[in-house]
Design a protein around this ligand. Structure first.
Ligand SMILES: O=C[C@H](O)[C@@H](O)CC(=O)C(=O)O
Ligand SMILES: [Zn+2]
Length: 280
């Protein structure tokens, strides 16, 4: 598992493109029958990808839980949210099997000892995208299909940002310790997400862009509002946003992304909103 430490907003002003990317971009999430995990010291959030093909893959494959977490198993003191962005598959959590279709979500609570990933068809494998946060109490493991997500339509075609925020792991849908997660779907021909943009000093956030057509990219904006930087994102790549940073983007096409937050609170609307004209 790759470990990343926290960075400071004063230092990143001088980062090169490569330095910015190695600090904030998470790519190569899907290697056959492996678990790719990046542990960020920013709110101790772990971003993971798993694409089982011919094997049943355990969540801690390639991870030394005792060394990295000081626990006997991955979810001993953590909770996790998982989306399937690939073909049909299943997740087994302490003996209970959840069938996971495209864009289905599963929240798994703290103290779940065994988590296993499988694909129904190795030729069209499931791709599990996951974010895990430290947790202090047991909640309820819950399967959440997109129909059960709380929907928030936002934006308009005139400003190229017509989209729907689907809140899956959210206090209105289920209880968690600190994790919240959802999926924002842009309507055809709309390219801007999270614009007008915001920060939230109380929480960090991770975006993972997908349904980005081949040969297209998303310009993900980051940095302090008056010191903005960008990272060019390809399909199925994630980007870490520290509490002090904006996080929004424009694609060269429409796309979808999964957001995940952790930190002090779970109040989705607790944002420090910014006007476009305030940005530099
Ligand atoms: O804090 C909330 C997150 O940044 C996202 O939910 C915003 C988003 O999906 C959007 O406006 O498109
Ligand atoms: Zn945000």
């Amino acid at each position: 598992m790759e470990i990343r430490y926290t960075v400071n907003q004063k230092d990143i002003k001088r980062y090169t493109t490569e330095e910015l990317r190695s600090e904030f971009l998470v790519n190569g999430l899907y290697e056959e029958n492996e678990v790719k995990a990046v542990y960020s010291h920013i709110d101790r959030m772990v971003t993971l990808g798993c694409m089982p093909t011919t094997e049943t893959v355990a969540i801690d494959k390639g991870i030394d839980c005792w060394k990295n977490f000081g626990t006997h198993y991955f979810l001993e003191r953590r909770e996790i949210g998982i989306f399937n962005i690939g073909g049909k598959g299943s997740i087994e959590a302490d003996g209970v099997v959840y069938e996971m279709g495209y864009k289905d979500c599963l929240y798994i609570t703290k103290e779940t000892k065994e988590v296993l990933f499988r694909s129904d068809d190795a030729k069209h494998p499931a791709k599990f995208y996951m974010v895990s946060a430290p947790a202090h109490r047991v909640c309820k493991t819950k399967f959440i299909p997109i129909e059960d997500a709380a929907k928030r339509p936002l934006g308009e075609a005139k400003t190229s940002n017509k989209r729907t925020i689907n809140q899956f792991i959210h206090p209105d849908v289920l209880e968690t310790c600190q994790l919240s997660m959802g999926m924002t779907v842009l309507e055809s021909g709309n390219v801007w997400n999270s614009m007008p943009c915001h920060t939230h000093e109380r929480r960090m956030e991770i975006y993972m862009y997908f349904e980005v057509p081949e040969d297209h990219v998303v310009f993900h904006m980051m940095g302090e509002p008056t010191e903005t930087r960008h990272i060019i994102m390809k399909n199925e790549e994630a980007v870490i946003s520290p509490s002090w940073g904006i996080h929004c983007g424009a694609g060269t096409s429409d796309y979808t992304f999964i957001w995940a937050m952790g930190g002090e609170n779970q109040a989705f609307d607790d944002m420090d909103n910014l006007l476009q004209t305030e940005l530099k």
